[in-house]
Design a protein around this ligand. Structure first.
Ligand code: THU
Length: 133
């Protein structure tokens, strides 16, 4: 699978980050089951806790337009490293991931990215199965 287009979309989304407080820009792009791409950036708030991460912006855009199954996500934060998704975003990725082996693509730049699976990044996760008592 070639993730170039997804990666380019994440890099582009990063430029829209609204980050007057942290100045830390993040971009994300998700690939849905039917091969559509939704992008997101982080959106901060003067009430810091109201901030939305880039990954959740992208996922919520996809879900709110009827695409509930995600088969890959690409993320770019600091340009000098492979920024990891936060715990809340890992949980949200897990809610809509097609399976535990979907790729989470951590981008430094277009040519330098690493791929981990959701299971690697969020082992033993709490899912809807845990609610089926
Ligand atoms: N941030 C993300 O957008 N995604 C993550 O997974 C980690 C953190 C954002 C939130 C905040 O705007 C900034 O990065 C610094 O925490």
């Amino acid at each position: 699978m070639n993730y170039d287009k997804l990666i380019e979309n994440a890099i582009n989304a990063r430029s829209f980050a609204y980050v007057p407080y942290s100045k830390f820009q993040v971009g994300a792009a998700v690939l849905t089951e039917d091969d559509k791409i939704y992008t997101g950036c982080n959106i901060e708030n003067a009430s810091y806790g109201a901030t939305n991460c880039a990954e959740r912006t992208a996922i919520f855009k996809a879900v709110s337009e009827g695409h509930k199954v995600i088969k890959a996500i690409a993320i770019i934060g600091d340009l000098s490293t492979h920024t990891n998704p936060c715990g809340i975003c890992r949980q949200v990725i897990s809610e809509f991931a097609q399976s535990g082996d979907i790729p989470i693509i951590l981008i430094k730049n277009k040519e330098d990215f690493i791929i981990k699976t959701l299971d690697e990044m969020l082992p033993g996760s709490f899912t809807k199965k845990d609610l089926e008592l």
